[in-house]
Design a protein around this ligand. Sequence first.
Ligand code: HEC
Length: 348
Amino acid sequence: MRLWRNSKNTRKATAVALTLLLAGVAAARADFQGSTHLMPFDDETINYNKKEPSGAIAKLQERINQGKVSLKYEPGFGYVRSLLDELKVPKSSQMLVFSKTSLQRERISPRNPRAIFFNDDIYIGFIPGAPLVEISVADPKLGAVFYTLEQTKKDKPRFVRTDQCLECHASAKSMGVPGHLVRSFATDETGMVDVNSGTSLVDHRTPLAERWGGWYVTGKHGNQTHRGNLVGKEAFERQEKEPNYMGNLENLDPFIQTSDYVAPHSDIVALMVLEHQTHMHNFITRLNYEATIRIAEYGAVKYLNSPTESFLKYLLFVEEAPLTAPVSGTSSFAKEFAAKGPKDKKGR
Ligand code: HEC
């Protein structure tokens, strides 16, 4: 009798453990137990649209208005180079994306990709010839806040906050909060996305082989494959036969007029940091919203243990896609990024 009970308990325990394990695995990939519904960010508690942002662009606008800073306008580039300098966004972070994924998507093509630059809290999108610079900022309270800057010469250029961007930048793909995106799609020769080809969301857990569809990639990655630098169906078909077709590219001369751009690169290391950081920012925003709403409702943070644990895992790169060969970029991004990092007294 006793034995029987024990074995029944053991079976029960095993079943519970298995369920927890499976739930754990699901939670690990889905981060919020698969819950990706839109958070009520326009309700009173978060009040996303009405609250004034306090991030880097809000501060820069104030300095422009006070006449303390002026942005230089240059033919071809408009304000973008001056903006990068002023916001300390490294030019070496330039990455190029040719899939038509933007409010100005008709301006983007494999011949005229969008350049994206970033630092710890600012992302800047520049398309040669397009009327607007696109900016997203990780605001300390609000999460991702979006702005456009008109590319016409003015005394005091004005950043315009807009929620038009949320059509794409607030969905299940950004954890249900206004957030940042990185995707990977096959595209046709014009950069038009084949929506059925997508790994919909890219972060540091995505295997390299699934990354960078619709992006240019410069740098070395050995025999690891990826979907970057593939323009059109034929290129994708050829890559299936020759896995490293268009891999390990050092420059983009066959594709674009590099002089139209701030830098000639679409650096592989910058891309990998971007993919880690964008999801990290979204995760922070989601946790912040969840906690703020719970405090407003119950006066305390409740029921957040499991998301907090998956957040920690993400923060610590627990499920990072393994690298099977060394990776190195073509720009000075990796060196500059490492040099900026926080150091202890011994310089470590
Ligand atoms: C049609 C959908 C769509 C719209 C509308 C859109 N974006 Fe995006 N955006 C994307 C996608 C997708 C990416 C990721 C690039 C990729 O993988 O193709 C992206 C990336 C970005 C990035 C790079 C960093 C980040 O935050 O993901 C910036 C900056 C950006 N968009 C700004 C804007 C701004 C500003 C607006 C509004 C004026 C806007 N976008 C409107 C789809 C869109």
